[in-house]
Design a protein around this ligand. Structure first.
Ligand code: COA
Ligand code: MG
Length: 243
């Protein structure tokens, strides 16, 4: 996790994941706002809280800048389309991407020729996580949670949540996807596995799942519909050098 920049030509072999914090980059808001589409500027204007507005502007601006690097286009000229479930994508391109943000962080995942989903969550412990687990997780995952030592329960919850969400984000149909019909591993920070896909017993064999810990108090996960692709990360400490 020490890279600050990735060699984009390696996307043929690997999935690439970039991440950044918002608070250290607020001085770049005008730069990022200037590359947004008219529609995105309108969307930014609809956020009630300035913090959410700024997070959206930085996330979209960085996304456009990264896409521009891959496609060799100015960031403002990238045309984003949306599926009926709201997932942004590029028309007629083999380049696939997905974005997630939580708290002070955003994460951006890119891959060629297959689907990718990413999720990041700021770890909090001010809620009844077993109640949430019973509402959202599969039977297999609830049973696994019940066997996790109390001291590791919060992290296990977030490992499971982010892995599940990265999978449904790769799949693309959002919350209409039945969360209880598939199961992920949750007992280890780094070993992530898609254990069960209830609608097709073989489907799980087509996927790779990864977890990553970009900063203290954050857990991320990535799902790729490919068994063989590796993954590399870059921490965009100083986004102003990004191009
Ligand atoms: N599929 C994949 N990606 C999508 C998407 C979809 N259907 N719709 C939007 N996105 C992308 C967008 O780039 C969006 O960024 P934007 O809002 O700046 O445009 C980004 O994903 C949002 O992802 P994230 O930051 O992780 O937000 P979220 O956790 O609030 O929402 C969704 C995730 C999009 C999948 C949404 O359907 C949702 O509301 N999920 C609720 C979370 C949940 O219940 N998870 C269950 C885990 S067990
Ligand atoms: Mg999320």
């Amino acid at each position: 996790m020490l890279n600050r920049k990735l060699d984009r030509s390696r996307l043929h072999e690997l999935a690439q994941v970039w991440y950044c914090t918002f608070s250290k980059n607020e001085f770049l808001l005008p730069t990022f706002r200037s590359v947004l589409s008219a529609d995105e500027v309108r969307r930014a204007g609809r956020f009630k809280f300035q913090k959410d507005r700024n997070s959206f502007i930085i996330t979209r601006g960085v996304l456009r800048t990264l896409l521009g690097g891959y496609l060799e286009l100015p960031p403002s000229e990238i045309l984003l389309e949306y599926t009926t479930y709201g997932k942004p994508y590029l028309l007629d391109s083999t380049l696939k991407f997905n974005v997630s943000h939580s708290g002070d962080m955003a994460v951006f995942a890119f891959v060629l020729d297959t689907e990718v989903g990413v999720d990041i969550e700021q770890v909090k412990d001010d809620f009844d996580l077993m109640e949430l687990a019973r509402n959202f997780f599969s039977e297999h995952e609830i049973a696994a949670m019940e066997n996790i030592p109390e001291t590791d329960l919060t992290r296990a919850f977030y490992r499971c949540w982010t892995r599940k969400e990265s999978f449904i984000k790769a799949e693309g149909s959002g919350l209409s996807f039945p969360l209880d019909k598939f199961a992920v591993s949750l007992d280890h920070d780094h070993e992530a596995t898609l254990i069960q896909t209830g609608w097709d017993l073989q489907e799980k064999d087509n996927w790779s799942l990864y977890s990553f810990l970009p900063e203290q108090q954050y857990i991320g996960a990535l799902a790729i519909r490919d068994k063989s692709k590796g993954i590399e990360f870059a921490n965009l400490v100083d986004i102003s050098t990004l191009s």
